[in-house]
Design a protein around this ligand. Structure first.
Ligand code: MF3
Ligand code: CO
Length: 293
């Protein structure tokens, strides 16, 4: 029998795998779906081996996030949280994905977004204070695989507006994850988040979206949290984030011209974000960035 690396029977001089293989080799159901999703949507469906690696990266991200959040108290600076998270990455043999990511390069290893900051807050030397509401976002690279998650921390008691966005974003994420299984269309995620936020009088940020993740930090597809029309059916082997940002006031944000990263609400009102990395399984989903309890 002809092997994948043998010369193709057609005389092209190319290896069979680079020539007529694709048309002739028997394809498993997974291979067929994987090549369809790549062609149609540029989405990479993950193999069991890749999923095992992504699972480890996600578990580590969840652990680093949990430990770093527990250090967040009044008087602690976000630079101290950044240094602590860096130490946890190093101890696990992992790299923080945000560090030097993008243009201009993101300067720190985690994002810390406070109060009216929507996302991409840069750790600094300002101590946290009672009444602050903060998102910490942790993205790790472990053995070449990526995991991404974030959650909110309340520093002491927060005002009613912050309490509202805290509760609403959690509920939005929970409800949008609940429905995930093969066949669900990508836009249903945004429908649920937008409906839920609207009933609470909050707005959904549409300037930043969730994303495929696993073999790279940001892969297709984009996962909008606002109402949209993306009719991509979810399928087994997809790994992506859902990371809604919910505002008490208007949905628009302004990016800090000084660092070109930090996004703040246009009206200065409170914002909250919560993020998980999800795997679509044969008959449902798995939250990969959940800590075993
Ligand atoms: N979860 C965020 C995202 O996917 C993490 C941003 S890290 C940064 O965009 F480096 F891009 F800021
Ligand atoms: Co993300």
């Amino acid at each position: 029998m002809i092997g994948r690396n043998d010369a193709c029977w057609c005389g092209s001089g190319k290896k069979w795998k680079k020539c007529h293989y694709a048309e002739e080799a028997p394809q498993t159901d997974f291979q067929k779906r994987a090549s369809d999703y790549l062609k149609q949507y540029q989405i990479l469906l993950k193999t069991p081996k890749q999923i095992a690696g992504i699972r480890q990266a996600c578990l580590l991200a969840a652990q680093v996030l949990d430990k770093t959040c527990k250090m967040a108290k009044a008087g602690v600076t976000t630079n101290e949280l950044n240094a602590y998270a860096e130490k946890l990455h190093a101890e696990a043999g992992a790299i923080a994905a945000p560090l030097n990511y993008g243009h201009p390069p993101f300067p720190k290893s985690i994002c810390t977004s406070l109060n009216e900051e929507v996302c991409h807050g840069i750790p600094d030397d300002v101590p946290l204070k009672e009444g602050d509401l903060m998102n910490i976002d942790v993205s790790v690279i472990l053995d070449g695989y990526f995991g991404d998650c974030s959650k909110m921390v309340k520093i002491g008691e927060v005002n009613p507006e912050k309490e509202l966005v805290y509760e609403v974003v959690k509920e939005c994420l929970r409800r949008s994850i609940e429905i995930l299984k093969p066949g669900v269309l990508l836009h249903e995620i945004g429908d649920i988040i937008e409906d839920n936020a609207a009933t609470k009088g909050c707005s959904v940020v549409n300037q930043f979206v969730g994303h495929g993740v696993g073999l790279a930090f940001h892969e297709p597809p984009q996962v909008p949290h606002h109402r949209n029309t993306l009719r991509i059916p979810l399928t087994q082997g997809m790994t992506f984030t859902i990371e809604p940002m919910i505002n008490a006031g208007v949905r628009e944000s302004v990016i800090d011209p000084a660092n070109q990263w930090e996004a703040r609400t246009k009206d200065g009102r409170a914002s909250a974000q919560w993020e998980h990395t999800i795997l679509i399984t044969e008959d449902g989903h798995e939250i990969l960035t959940l800590l075993e309890s």
